[in-house]
Design a protein around this ligand. Structure first.
Ligand code: DAH
Length: 334
């Protein structure tokens, strides 16, 4: 081709590139005018003299630059178009995901935590697999206590059990730190009970322990009164009945006044006006000795109660199984 023909080639190519309306068109034009089989590429391969080489290389460089520039313009135009056309209105309401609700046990657990945090207690979460030493021995259970039997308790081997109560937390915290101690421990406990309307082999307890100078049953009563009112309402009353637990002396069982009948007597409180809440008492000096706390200097109170029972009373749930079956028809009500 003559020089004039190559000039025509170049201007035709520029026009074709300028006419490309999309990246794909541009690529087609590039292949025709600059590709390996284009007249330009074939001619470049045949070049013998310097003059022709300079001419053709110049054309190739200018066309390549034009391709790049056009590509850039098309990409920018495409972005502009998408920004204009594919507008997302972030102020429109999104699609709502169905939200569940907290399980009644979790709700009670949080109320208990809040009540005790408000009193300055620390919240603990201890292990569910315990040693016999922590579940029984250090809590001063007598060797003959019935809870030590594999009929009552899940044993892994001679020395490991699924904890039967949250009371081992008392031992753990007293071994970990010096008094004064104010703690509440919440979690699952296990007993070999058959499943019935009132018993389930897994359940939750909250366990409180206060160790300080000069604590008395009056402090225990005030603390429980405060927490029961947080859980059940401001007009509740608390009373103590004497009882026995291995790790407290004296031991008591606290009752809370029945909220359904206001104390007059009804089916829920078995016509007594009072509802049993769990166990409590003053820490037995033997327990203090087991963890190296001087019972002459320090005194303490402890209490343990079931979360299921609390949830049942709060929501009037007659059957404990409802709290473990995960039936949405039940759980959606809370
Ligand atoms: N651990 C007892 C139980 O599961 C409840 C209990 C009683 C806990 C007296 C205490 C306590 O801290 O002082 O039946």
């Amino acid at each position: 081709m003559s020089q004039a023909n190559w000039e025509a080639y170049e201007s035709d190519a520029h026009r074709a590139l300028a006419e490309a309306r999309a990246i794909a068109d541009l690529e087609d034009a590039r292949i025709i005018w600059l590709g390996r089989k284009s007249a330009l590429a074939l001619a470049l391969r045949e070049v013998r003299d310097r003059e022709t080489g300079t001419l053709l290389n110049g054309i190739r460089n200018r066309l390549e630059a034009a391709v790049n520039e056009r590509e850039h313009d098309l990409a920018a135009a495409e972005l502009d178009r998408r920004l204009r056309d594919e507008v997302v209105d972030i102020t429109l309401p999104g699609e709502r995901l169905p939200l569940g609700s907290l399980h009644p046990i979790t709700q009670v657990r949080r109320t208990v935590e809040d009540a005790f945090i408000g009193l300055g207690y620390e919240v603990r979460d201890d292990r569910e697999v315990e040693t016999v030493e922590y579940n029984f021995d250090k809590l001063a259970f007598l060797p003959t206590h019935s809870a030590r039997s594999p009929r009552d308790t899940f044993f892994f081997d001679d020395t490991h059990v699924l904890r039967t109560e949250t009371s081992p937390s008392q031992i753990h915290i007293m071994e970990e730190k010096e008094p004064p101690i104010y703690m509440v421990s919440i979690g699952r406990v296990y007993r070999r009970d058959a499943i019935t309307a009132t018993r389930y082999p897994i359940f939750h307890q909250f366990e409180g322990l206060a160790v300080d100078r000069g604590l008395t049953l009056a402090d225990l009563k005030g603390t429980l009164l405060h927490v029961m009112r947080q859980l059940y309402g401001a007009d509740r009353r608390v009373r103590f009945r004497t009882h026995y637990f291995p790790f407290t002396e004296p031991s008591i069982e606290p009752d809370v006044s029945c909220g359904l009948c206001g104390g007059a007597g009804c089916r829920t409180c078995k016509f007594s006006g009072w509802i049993e809440m769990g166990g409590a008492g003053m820490v037995d000096p033997r327990v203090f000795e087991n963890v190296g706390v001087d019972p002459q200097e320090w005194s303490g109170f402890a209490f343990g109660m079931g979360l299921e029972r609390t949830a049942q009373l709060r929501h009037d749930i007659p059957d404990i199984r409802a709290l473990w079956e995960g039936d949405l028809r039940v759980l959606r009500q809370f």
